[in-house]
Design a protein around this ligand. Structure first.
Ligand SMILES: *Cc1c(COP(=O)(O)O)cnc(C)c1O
Length: 430
């Protein structure tokens, strides 16, 4: 199936990749396999599956047929080798970091990231000794300067939440290659429709599927995809992947699974041991959402461009962060990586200051005042008092979320209606 699908276009694969009519019943959509356990043919098969000598379903904490269809589809769309679906985007980042590192290890991360990622990184450093060095992802020289001999990974977002800046993935992957560390890319705001980070040198990609992949704002989920590009074999810095697992008869994942050793390690340690699995019902809704991803992303981008262009000319607006509009300093980079548009999440700074920002949010009618992004509906929030409230105020300004800044996620409504709602709220706020 996926071989055939690899030859077809993106929209075709968004509908078909990784799924086929159910062999047991002929059901055309992938059934929701709500079962914890799977019956083994015989004790030998059970033993083989447990020892990784044979691939098969045993218990849904580690893998499940509905979830596996979602994993195959995202693997195909991203151009990776294997995916691990997981309970949330947060869990995806956590499992990636814990699969690669242990207490005392160090890594470099973008200073501009989704607020929850920054919070998780800080807490892991305080409580578990995973030391993070922050660098400006929009300035590859800053990333290069932050890398040392102790660095074990680099983490960035392809399109930065909340400002929508597009990151120069090729420049950052060159730094990662030079230091022989994996580049991890959070591709949530772009989705594989706009940017496929493996084509630009990423080694591991992850998503919050709660956003554009699911698309409807119904369910929380995450997914990790292995690009199969990093050479883990014999690299003692990553023992979970390159050293023998005593409780699996000494298996070395980098040797047994050379194309997807990272994904297997993330499944064994991240799902089997730690346990933050995704529900098959959630996987089903996410798989269904992905079928319309190309249509939705095209519309999200067209609407975001129209709205951003309008706001950039509005007298109450001090700045619009969306890079895909004429005259924006980030436009060249955005056009290079994401010619159709830099997604549909960006920020607007209001001339009226903090008060104007909160009054503006309160006056919106069509927009929902919500912490999510990437759904069919248009959404708005005030990051400084919500998603980014845990940041020290001076870091907040650096991350582009000062008190006068509002984050918008532009939905699929008619652009004229979205613009009319923003205009009336700006008038009410000033
Ligand atoms: C929402 C989000 C996450 C976290 O995902 P959850 O599914 O909410 O846990 C991670 N990264 C980015 C860029 C996000 O927008």
């Amino acid at each position: 199936m996926s071989d055939h699908c690899n030859k077809t276009g993106f929209a075709t694969r968004a509908v078909h990749a990784g799924a086929a009519p159910d062999p047991a019943t002929g059901a055309r959509t992938t059934p929701i396999y709500l079962t914890n356990g799977f019956v083994f043919d015989d004790p030998e098969e059970a033993a083989d599956i447990f020892a990784l000598r044979k691939i098969g379903f045993s218990y849904s904490r580690g893998s499940n047929p509905t979830t596996a269809a979602l994993e195959r589809r995202v693997t195909d769309l991203e151009g990776g080798t294997m995916s691990v679906a997981i309970g949330s985007g947060q869990a995806a980042l956590l499992v990636i970091l814990l699969t690669l590192m242990e207490s005392g290890d160090e890594y470099v991360a973008a200073s501009r990231l989704f607020g929850g990622s920054l919070g998780l990184m800080r807490r892991l450093e305080q409580r578990h000794g995973l030391k993070v060095h922050f660098a400006d992802p929009t300035d590859p020289a800053s990333v290069a300067a932050a890398v040392t001999e102790k660095t074990k990974a680099i983490v960035v977002e392809s399109i930065v939440n909340p400002c929508g800046s597009v990151v120069d993935l090729q420049a950052i992957s060159a730094i990662a290659r030079r230091h022989k560390v994996p580049l991890i890319v959070d591709n949530t705001l772009a989705s594989p429709y706009l940017i496929r980070p493996f084509e630009h040198g990423a080694d591991i990609v992850f998503h919050s599927t709660s956003k554009f992949l699911g698309g409807h704002g119904q369910v929380i989920g995450g997914i990790i995809t292995d690009g199969g590009s990093f050479d883990w074999a014999g690299d003692a810095r990553y023992p979970l992947i390159s050293a023998p697992w005593g409780d699996y008869e000494g298996i070395v994942l980098a040797e047994a699974f050379p194309k997807n050793a990272f994904a297997v390690a993330a499944r064994l340690y991240g799902l089997r041991d730690l346990g933050p699995g995704i529900s098959p019902a959630t996987a089903f809704l996410t798989l269904t959402g992905i079928e319309t991803l190309p249509l939705r992303m095209a519309r999200h981008c067209a609407n975001a461009k129209a709205v951003a262009q309008h706001l950039a000319g509005h007298p109450a607006v001090a700045a619009v962060s969306y890079p895909s509009i004429e005259g924006h300093p980030g436009k060249a980079l955005a056009d290079r990586y994401s010619p159709e548009g830099a997604g549909s999440v960006f920020t607007v700074a209001l001339k009226g200051g903090d008060q104007a920002a909160t009054r503006f949010i309160a006056a919106l009618k069509l927009f929902s005042h919500i912490a999510n992004i990437g759904e069919t509906r248009s959404l708005a929030i005030h990051p400084a008092t919500t998603t980014h409230r845990n940041m020290p105020p001076q870091e907040r300004a650096k991350a582009g979320v000062a008190g006068n800044v509002v984050r918008l996620s532009i939905g699929l409504e008619d652009a004229a209606d979205i613009i009319a709602d923003l205009d009336q709220a700006l008038a009410a706020a000033s």
